[in-house]
Design a protein around this ligand. Structure first.
Ligand code: PMP
Length: 433
């Protein structure tokens, strides 16, 4: 079993593979990250399917980190794999000088799925690129420069996206960032109106994912829509993490029934098999920005046949397997279970919150997380911090997860929280956000 899994990697033993990959990371990938991952006992992933990842020793892990939202369909969904394999036998990457059938079809299908009159899409390879494109589109469409975003937002790490991702440690080495970037508190419509004056756009996650799974008050997104209309700023909804079923809605914006001017996607869009990103805009907005300049925003790899074939299959699976409804049902079980743990261990867990299968468990002190995450890993469940809030552990499994798997992850979380309390006792509570 183990040998069969290791042989494609050319390793003689699990120990040999671990030593080799650690050395590669230390010398050639990221020396400080190699150290941190080694210290936290990070295994080596060698195979994955559905909700499960196997490590170098053949141990199975229930994947509740879910690639930070990539694996909505689970790992290696057979329909996506088949679509990619078939496409590989025809044409893989676009030659660029001719029409690309799969791009046209994927763009049409995305428009059919998207809310309201969102219609014209640009396809790229990551979430941060989708945001870059949306910012450029907003500037070009409005002739204004200012981009408003929210404190603790996460939109990516290329320079434009980083300028609207409000976390000091990620920004500080790279200043000056994009001029005219302004932040407002998340979920506070009152603070937004003055900031929107003369702004090109307001970039907002319908639920702040990396900021600690923050769900805004009901009516916030409708107020955003209204304020953007009043000021002429474009409403850019970043659904890179919340889109395509994750939150128990096709798009998290659907919860409030609002239609943004631009919507960004990546992660789950191509079913967890090929990297992809996209932004989709209302036709009038798109044409105002790029209508006279077809090559002003381009990407060599973006919209490749294999990525679009994967995306088409993934969009079909979302409907065929009722993933939106399943995310809502399993999400309710997951959130209820996490809230019960919070109620039983208030010293360790301040709150559990979320929507659908994006659930955050906020600890009273981040020191507990440093214990709970490795403890859950030992029990065979992967979970992760949120990038901008290290006191919040995210639970973000594939939308195909079963009720039994949700129960198993919750049991592992309960045991880890209990063990954290037994081992660490009462840590000084850190101020809530
Ligand atoms: N926007 C949101 C809401 C995200 O969660 C992320 C990634 N966590 C990004 C943008 C950036 O995506 P990528 O890492 O693919 O560039």
């Amino acid at each position: 079993m183990i040998d069969e899994r290791l042989s494609p990697y050319g390793a003689e033993s699990p120990q040999a593979l671990t030593a080799q990959v650690y050395d590669d990371y230390k010398q050639f990938v990221n020396p400080p990250l190699a150290r941190v991952m080694k210290l936290s006992g990070s295994p080596v992933e060698v195979r994955a399917e559905g909700c499960t990842i196997w490590d170098q020793s053949g141990k199975a892990y229930l994947d509740f980190a879910g690639g930070y939202g990539v694996f909505t369909l689970g790992h290696r969904h057979p329909r996506v794999l088949d679509a990619v394999r078939e496409q590989l036998d025809r044409i893989a990457l676009s030659g660029k000088t001719m029409f690309n059938v799969m791009l046209g079809r994927a763009a049409r299908r995305l428009a059919e799925l998207s809310p309201g009159d969102l219609q014209i899409s640009f396809w790229c390879n990551s979430g941060t690129e989708a945001i870059e494109g949306a910012i450029k589109l907003a500037r070009a469409a409005t002739g204004r420069a200012k981009i408003v975003s929210t404190i603790d937002a996460y939109h990516g790490k290329t320079l434009g996206a980083l300028s609207v991702s409000g976390r000091e440690p990620f920004q500080s080495k790279f200043r000056p960032l994009l001029a005219d970037s302004v932040v407002v508190p998340y979920g506070d419509a009152g603070a937004l109106l003055p900031a929107l004056n003369d702004a090109a756009a307001f970039v907002i996650e319908p639920i702040q994912a990396e900021g600690g799974v923050n769900v805004p008050p009901a009516g916030y997104l409708s107020a955003v829509r209204e304020l953007c209309d009043r000021t002429g700023a474009l409403f850019i909804a970043d659904e890179v993490q919340t889109g395509l079923g994750r939150c128990g809605y096709r798009f998290a914006c659907d919860r409030d029934g609002v239609v943004p001017d631009v919507l960004t996607l990546a992660k789950g869009l191509s079913g967890g098999v090929i990297p992809v990103g996209a932004f989709i805009a209302r036709p009038a907005v798109w044409l105002r920005a790029f209508g006279d300049a077809p090559l002003v925003h381009t990407s060599t790899f973006g919209g490749s046949e294999i990525a679009c074939a994967a995306a088409l299959a993934a969009m079909d699976v979302m409907d065929a397997e009722r993933l939106v409804e399943r995310a809502r049902e399993r999400g309710e079980e997951l959130l209820a279970g996490a809230r019960a743990i919070a109620a039983d261990y208030p010293v360790v867990v301040r709150e559990a919150r979320g929507l659908g299968l994006l659930v955050g468990v906020e600890l009273t002190h981040e020191g507990y997380g440093g214990f709970i995450i490795p403890e859950m890993l030992k029990a065979g469940v992967t979970v992760a911090w949120t990038l901008n809030q290290q006191r919040v552990i995210r639970l973000e499994p594939p939308l195909i997860v079963s009720a039994a798997e949700v129960a198993r992850a919750l049991a592992a979380l309960r045991d880890a929280v209990a063990a954290a309390y037994d081992k660490l006792g009462t840590l000084p509570a850190q101020a809530a956000r």
